[in-house]
Design a protein around this ligand. Sequence first.
Ligand SMILES: [Zn+2]
Ligand SMILES: [Zn+2]
Length: 212
Amino acid sequence: MKLKTYNLLPEFGTNTYLIWDESSNEAAIIDCAAPDENFLDQLKKSSLLLKFVICTHGHGDHIGGNQMLKSEFSPTICIHQNDAEMLTDPKKNLSLYWEGNVISPPADRILHNDDEILLGKIRINIIHTPGHSRGSVCLITENSLFSGDSLFAAGIGRTDLPGGNYQELINSIQKKIFTLPESMIVYPGHGQTTTIGQEKIENPFAGLASKL
Ligand SMILES: [Zn+2]
Ligand SMILES: [Zn+2]
């Protein structure tokens, strides 16, 4: 798997990840934060075939570029069933409150826990990790975890927004994320890359401190 990270919405610092399978050139974008002409141009000039846009959850800062990508490449937009209605509703995806007014095309594919998305030779496994939002998911490919706003380096996502639940998020992290291999690299929705092993010790919300 090849990977490139973009920061298309600097005010939120949302990570947009482009991943692709070198053998087929099939590509997926995880959380297209905002429409961006440079990003679009790069994709158009590349030989990549954009097959999927996978949303880790429905907040406006993770779906703002979906319309741009849909118009140009017509990828399959994927989101968990519990967050699907947020795509097309700026109030539900909260962008109304920061005047982003984000309206994404509706979901083409509804995700469930344990679903698998095939991207050329790459298998992407979906795990449902509610708590930051009701339909938050993480994606597992090879030795990588795309954790959305469920887990950050030394942090966790907000749980005070509609659909958020602190205890549910801690449960998701401890039962579904911290059971993954410690060497697994974590690519979060915001901030720097980390590993499962590092967060199990150092994360002040869900790591060692939560077990003492
Ligand atoms: Zn979020
Ligand atoms: Zn976010």
